[in-house]
Design a protein around this ligand. Structure first.
Ligand code: B12
Length: 427
């Protein structure tokens, strides 16, 4: 009887504070995710990642020396990369926005950051505003942004969180895109895009600058919330494993009671404990949500009296030997004209799809591929000499036995025999 009373009391307690960090194990999990991100800074190939920086800065425990080293790398390497893209007139809205949010999360003076284009030097925020104007004009002309609505929303959010008044025409285009449900990821609705738009438009609402269409802004925010709640699965995820973090961030930013996200938080914690978030980019999008924060909180970040206790213990080196068990993979390539070709290859169990494609191209059966680097890792850009370009609104879509992959070539692991389809698809 006594134990029943205790269990009932405990249940009532946890129900009353559903998202709160009531158990020590939860704070240990948050610490271990921060450490994973911190470790990823050292092992990083290519550009320093502004999304990882942002997540570290929004966490409760810090390693201020490593964070400041990383800030310097962003200001050098990422800065140079963006400078080159701007000089070549490439669209870099999303990267500029993430860079802005990362600097802001470190309370860095944004007015001191400049880029020179055509011999004119202007601040980061001026360039971001210009990119947003180009994006807006492109929507007016062809009904889609130059990049995508995820980056468009990131741009609105970064300007707004930096205290810049977002042009009404720019936010209106986002409101209209919500109304007309233009948020697609391939052939499905994009939860990530709704989430990012939710944070962006909530920031605009809080800034109080969007007075002319206040009612339309509220309707868009309600619709986003309804879309996110409708995308909840029975296992707690919103959209899929990799959109849940952004979705929870958006719900929190839009003022949802924490109770509404309890199941989603738990789903992410379960995934994290099962090591499903190996990609630092994935961790960087869920960690703020697990801290019950959103990207919107950078707006008020002060960087005072920060806890500086996050230390990395040396890890025992783990040697992973390739499995001796082989699995049969059939790779099907479907080109833009619809012609299909099949390529069989046996790969060690547990290989990544990238390793499988490398083995296949080494067989000289006529299969070749190219990849481009991105914040999420290698993006498959060309197969058998055929490019699937963003400029043509095409990409190589990946699926396994008819189900779309929710990971890219370097993260997806091959555990059993299957048919992988790589299809040149329009979006
Ligand atoms: C827009 C988008 C796309 C567009 C990109 C082109 C465009 N219109 O701009 C398209 C439709 C082509 C696309 C394709 C895919 N995508 Co996508 N995409 C996104 C989205 C919504 C925004 C990306 C973005 O602009 N980021 C902002 C900029 C600043 O960052 P960036 O890294 O420079 O952006 C580039 C890369 O992210 C790249 N990219 C887009 N998707 C993916 C996926 C992978 C695995 C990689 C390596 C790169 C990549 O395209 C971006 C624009 O150039 C994200 C959502 C998110 N939470 O991040 C999903 C997301 C990154 N995509 C995802 C997936 C799974 C895919 C696909 C593998 C789907 C499939 N089954 O084929 C393919 C990639 C296949 C390949 N060829 O390698 C997952 C990745 C999860 C993971 N653990 O890896 C995400 C997180 C969505 C989700 N919640 O499931 N995507």
């Amino acid at each position: 009887m006594l134990s029943l009373v205790i269990i009932t009391a405990l249940l009532a307690f946890t129900r009353g504070k559903p998202c709160a960090d009531t158990e020590g194990s939860n704070s240990e999990l948050l610490l271990s995710l921060s450490k994973d991100l911190l470790r990823s800074l050292d092992g990083q190939e290519g550009l320093p990642n502004p999304s990882v920086h942002l997540a570290l800065r929004l966490s409760n425990s810090h390693n201020l020396v490593k964070e400041s080293e990383h800030l310097n790398r962003l200001k050098n390497h990422l800065h140079n990369d963006i400078q080159n893209s701007l000089s070549n007139s490439q669209s870099v809205t999303g990267l500029l926005a993430l860079y802005t949010l990362a600097l802001k999360s470190s309370c860095y003076d944004l007015n001191t950051i400049t880029f020179a284009v055509s011999e004119t030097r202007e601040t980061l925020l001026t360039h971001l505003k210009k990119q947003m104007e180009l994006e807006k004009e492109h929507i007016a002309f062809s009904h889609r942004p130059l990049t995508n609505y995820y980056q468009y929303s990131l741009g609105v959010l970064a300007l707004c969180a930096s205290g810049i008044r977002v042009n009404n025409h720019v936010s209106n285009k986002l409101i209209k895109a919500v109304e007309h449900e233009h948020f697609r990821h391939g052939d499905t609705e994009s939860t990530d895009m709704y989430a990012m738009a939710g944070m962006a438009l909530q920031c605009v609402k809080d800034a109080g600058s969007h007075v002319h269409n206040a009612a339309e802004l509220d309707t868009a925010l309600s619709k986003i919330k309804q879309k996110l709640l409708a995308a909840r699965r029975t296992d707690g995820h919103i959209g899929n494993e990799f959109s849940t973090g952004l979705a929870v961030q958006a719900l929190l930013a839009m003022g949802s009671p924490v109770a509404e996200c309890a199941a989603s938080m738990e789903a992410m914690r379960t995934d994290a404990r099962a090591n499903k978030y190996e990609n630092p980019m994935a961790v960087s999008q869920i960690l703020p949500a697990l801290h019950q924060k959103s990207y919107l909180t950078v707006k008020v970040k002060e960087c005072l009296d920060e806890d500086d206790t996050l230390v990395l213990e040396p890890l025992d080196p783990v040697v992973v030997l390739p499995s001796t068990t082989k699995v049969a993979v059939m790779v099907e390539v479907v080109t833009s004209s619809g012609t299909a070709a099949l390529y069989p290859v046996d790969v060690p169990k547990g290989s990544s799809l990238l390793e499988a494609l490398e083995l296949l191209s080494a067989k000289n059966d006529g299969f070749t591929f190219e990849k481009e680097s991105s914040l999420w890792g290698p993006f498959l850009s060309a197969v058998n000499g055929e490019q699937a370009r963003q400029s043509d609104r095409r990409y190589w879509h990946l699926s396994s036995d008819g189900t779309a992959l929710s990971q890219g070539v370097s993260d997806f692991k091959i555990e059993a025999a299957q048919k992988i389809a790589i299809k040149n698809t329009t979006y």
